[in-house]
Write a protein that binds this ligand. Structure first.
Ligand code: PEP
Length: 251
């Protein structure tokens, strides 16, 4: 297994209120019992209004992320938040390019690349999401789509040590249909080769590529044992105590 630190992100999406968030924080704090965050990068992304609350209450070493941000520092962009604001809150991570941003809100490869570059410049690390839709997989376009989404940030001045790539096949997100370990490993292997060819051998070897799409306490160990799967981005199961088992998938 390569020497890449395991990374588990929890994407809460637009879910939670103070009461349910208290419950989530309680199982993360008690389940992690101070030890798992020593071995694993754990990053949870609550809805923006709860970020500060979660940051104050989490005490096990897990970090807090924003679910999105815009491509400039400030201005007349109603409803948006900037990476500078995320930094000001004391956070270090943002999720960008999530399939719901791409396919529900129509974000393009170019916009996601612009946001990524600006977030990095502002000192925020990026969980950079890519993934094919079912019809694209069925049309044999899995490689093409994922490479196109990833190469939107090639050729720019990217600090790869601050990017985690999340491969999230759209057909697996929130559907209960998980990619098999072989399917996920195949794409992760392609992505690593692509990084080697287009960026560098060092970046290919060191960049974490995590899998997302209906990861559960039941399937996380087998997925996490694949050589190119360096962790997970978890949606639904990150709202449940199962999340702690997923954090411990490699232990
Ligand atoms: C996600 O939203 O990034 C995700 C992977 O969701 P789920 O785990 O619910 O499929």
């Amino acid at each position: 297994m390569a020497d890449r630190r395991f990374f588990v992100g929890g994407n809460w999406k637009m879910n939670g209120d103070f009461k349910s968030i208290d419950g989530i924080i309680a199982f993360i704090n008690s389940g992690c019992d101070g030890s798992c965050c020593d071995k694993v990068d754990v990053v949870v992304a609550p809805p923006a209004p709860y970020i500060t609350y979660v940051k104050e209450k989490i005490n096990c070493g897990a970090q807090v992320a924003a679910q999105n941000c815009y491509k400039v520092a400030k201005g007349a962009f109603t409803g948006e938040i900037s990476p500078e604001m995320i930094k000001d809150l004391g956070l270090n991570w943002v999720i960008l390019g999530h399939s719901e941003r791409r396919h529900v809100f129509g974000e393009t490869d170019q916009l996601i690349a612009d946001k990524t570059m600006h977030a990095l410049e502002a000192g925020i690390n990026v969980i950079f999401c890519i993934g094919e839709k079912l019809e694209e997989r069925e049309a044999g376009k899995t490689k093409e789509v994922n490479f196109r989404q990833l190469e939107a940030i090639f050729g720019k001045n990217v600090d790869w040590s601050r990017i985690v790539i999340a491969y999230e096949p759209v057909w697996a997100i929130g559907t209960g249909v998980t990619a098999s370990p072989e399917q996920a490993q195949e794409v992760h292997g392609w992505l690593r080769e692509f990084l080697k060819e287009k960026v560098s051998e060092q970046v290919a070897a060191s960049t974490r590529i995590i899998y997302g799409g209906s990861v559960t306490a039941e399937n996380c160990r087998e997925l996490g044992s694949q050589s190119d799967i360096d962790g997970f981005l978890v949606g639904g199961a990150s709202l449940k105590p199962d999340f702690v088992q997923i954090i411990k998938a490699r232990s």
